[in-house]
Write a protein that binds this ligand. Structure first.
Ligand code: SAM
Length: 214
């Protein structure tokens, strides 16, 4: 019986790029072993799907480096019963990793063409715990807030206040702040009346594009 080279490449990606760089959360490692990253990468870059890098997904956007997906997911400190908001659906890869780990994912993407493609793929893969929205995610999704965790996968000049307002007590919020070109990735926690901010790592994300207020 021949072994699947894509499965082998994925297990090696998790071992070399993620586990050996210090990600220890076993559920995160299992989710990254399970989600088929090559399905979320355009055909002309598919041979690079398990490499240690971000890759273009069209419309000037990118699928994040696997290590960054793992580091952000670990920092969310997710539990199976959690409801999570993701801002920046992109290819849907990070969305799939989240959907493996929690009961419900709400994901917002401002570019319709990317959202529509991600919706089709994630539905074809059988995910039933993801709700999609097209629009400016920096406003959050107030109708279904608060969220146990919030993940922003694009770089914000400042942390958007509506997202802070939609974080549940004790919840975790992970967001790259600053730049361009580089940002600081932070974990922010709501504790009573104040927010605790913890630096995770330097990173490089595409900008969070916010609608102008009228
Ligand atoms: N997590 C994605 C993945 O796994 O493919 C990668 C996301 S990519 C680095 C960032 C995404 O955020 C882009 O698709 C971009 O269009 C989207 N984005 C930027 N500003 C946004 C906003 N205000 N609201 C929603 N999505 C936004």
């Amino acid at each position: 019986m021949g072994s699947d080279p894509l499965v082998a490449a994925r297990l090696e990606m998790v071992d070399r790029q993620i586990r050996r760089r210090g990600i220890t959360a076993s559920r995160v490692l299992e989710a990254m072993e399970c989600v088929e990253r090559h399905l979320f990468v355009p055909a002309d870059h598919r041979h690079l799907a398990y490499e240690d890098s971000a890759l273009p997904i069209g419309s000037g956007q990118s699928i994040s480096q696997p290590y960054m997906v793992a580091a952000m997911t670990e920092a969310l400190e997710l539990r199976p019963e959690n409801r999570v908001l993701e801002v920046g659906t992109g290819s849907g890869y990070q969305t799939a990793v989240l959907a493996e780990l929690v009961s419900q994912v709400y994901t917002i993407e401002r570019l319709p063409e990317l959202s529509i493609q991600a919706q089709a793929l994630l539905k074809s893969l059988g995910y039933k715990n993801i709700e999609f929205r097209i629009g400016d995610g920096s406003k959050g999704w107030p109708e279904v807030a608060p969220f146990d965790a919030i993940l922003v996968t694009a770089a914000a000049a400042q942390v958007p206040q509506p997202l802070l307002d939609q974080l549940a007590e004790g919840g975790c919020f992970v967001i790259p702040v600053g730049g361009p070109p580089d940002q600081d990735l932070y974990q922010i926690r709501l504790r009573g009346d104040s927010y605790e901010r913890r630096f995770i790592t330097r990173c490089r994300f595409v900008p969070l594009v916010q609608d102008k207020e009228h």
